[in-house]
Design a protein around this ligand. Structure first.
Ligand code: 5GP
Length: 210
């Protein structure tokens, strides 16, 4: 029988971080496809749109002036400089998803994770590691036709992101995206059942035990 009070809980802020090239976007997509109860929070960014990206789906693409305005209006739960551009989690995005009864998936870097943890200690933090630096470099090279210099820059940034792995609650090694996504899903399902998040539990037990 289904858990009768499974829906009576606080929504989760579920953070996924990794260096670029470790497969995070694929894992995030698989998780959202596999579980209708979690929705991706669409960040605002000042970086230019890449081919295939859609405004409002991958990011809210804004210029510097608009980002400044959002900062002034206190529209961000957190924001950070990443690779010389600005990225931020919009309060309104997160609020709307929680209000709709969904958990919220945040694809943000280590800086954003630290800031979010400071304002909401209840977040769940998952870090995805590549199987090796050599494999990470292979993936970065496969995905773009960039110069050695650009690749070296990406590898340095990846090493910096990786240096924060111990700040996370769960750390996974992505040998295989589907297997890794399954592990992330298992973490999500377990975290949903944490007693401290289940607001209906006290009342349920009181009535059940009489
Ligand atoms: P990309 O430009 O490749 O989409 O993302 C670059 C990096 O920015 C990734 O590590 C991603 O997790 C991070 N990022 C995306 N959105 C946000 C955000 O709202 N806040 C923070 N702090 N980082 C973000």
């Amino acid at each position: 029988m289904a858990d009768p009070i499974a829906h009576q809980r606080r929504g989760l802020l579920f953070v996924l971080s990794s260096p670029s090239g470790a497969g995070k976007s694929t894992i995030a997509r698989m998780l959202v496809e596999a579980d209708g109860g979690i929705a991706h929070s669409v960040s605002a960014t000042t970086r230019p749109k890449r081919p295939g990206e859609v405004d409002g789906i991958h990011y809210h693409f804004v210029d510097d002036a608009a980002f400044d305005r959002l900062v002034t209006e206190d529209a961000f739960l957190e924001w950070a400089h990443v690779f010389g551009r600005r990225y931020g989690t919009l309060r309104a995005e997160v609020k709307a998803k929680l209000a709709a009864g969904r958990d919220v998936l945040l694809d943000i870097d280590w800086q954003g994770t630290q800031k979010l943890k400071a304002v909401d200690p209840d977040i769940v933090r998952v870090f995805v590691l590549p199987p090796s630096m050599a494999e990470l470099e292979r993936r970065l090279r496969r995905r773009a036709t960039d110069s050695d210099e650009v690749i070296a820059g990406r590898m340095a940034r990846a090493a910096n992101e990786i240096s924060h792995w111990a700040e996370y609650d769960y750390v996974l090694i992505n040998e295989d995206a589907a297997a890794c996504a399954e592990h992330v899903h298992a973490i999500l399902k377990a975290e949903r059942l944490k007693a401290s998040r289940r607001v209906g539990l006290v009342e349920f037990v009181r009535r059940m035990a009489g």
